[in-house]
Design a binder for this molecule. Structure first.
Ligand code: ZN
Length: 139
């Protein structure tokens, strides 16, 4: 079983490579848009020196929606490669498992999970860890 699984996994991955490349481009695009939205918030404040809560909330919601979208795409890529990334400790776990073997967190299911229910700290997106640095606990 192990050998067959591995063989199929490698073949699947090779077939998925162009698709993974496309998804990565989409992720990069969404991350760029997220940074533009963040800049919009900063620019609006800088120009007016006022917090327009309604406008800022709208921009924040747009950012949240894009981050969830990116998170889904990241899980999609991982799933094509045959593993899941633990949302809590970032360990890479075989997609056969429901729980993280390192920290015990329930692992996401790309098909069933409603990603909108993730805590914001669980769907940070960008590769340099920008969102991970936001102290959500402090709010
Ligand atoms: Zn974990």
């Amino acid at each position: 079983m192990g050998l067959l699984d591995t063989g199929r996994g490698v073949a699947d991955m090779a077939r998925n490579l162009p698709e993974i490349g496309n998804i990565r481009k989409k992720i990069a695009y969404e991350e760029e848009r997220i940074n533009e939205l963040l800049a919009d918030i900063g620019r609006k404040y800088y120009v007016t020196r006022k917090v327009d809560k309604e406008a800022f909330d709208k921009l924040c919601e747009e950012i949240d929606a894009k981050r969830i979208k990116v998170k889904k795409m990241e899980y999609g890529i991982n799933s094509m490669k045959g593993f899941k990334v633990c949302p809590k400790c970032r360990a890479e776990i075989s997609e056969r498992y429901l729980f993280c073997g390192v920290c015990g967190t329930k692992l996401p299911n790309i098909i069933d999970d409603d990603f909108s229910k993730l805590d914001p700290s669980e769907y940070y997106t960008d590769s340099n860890g920008f969102f991970a640095a936001i102290p959500y606990e402090a709010k």
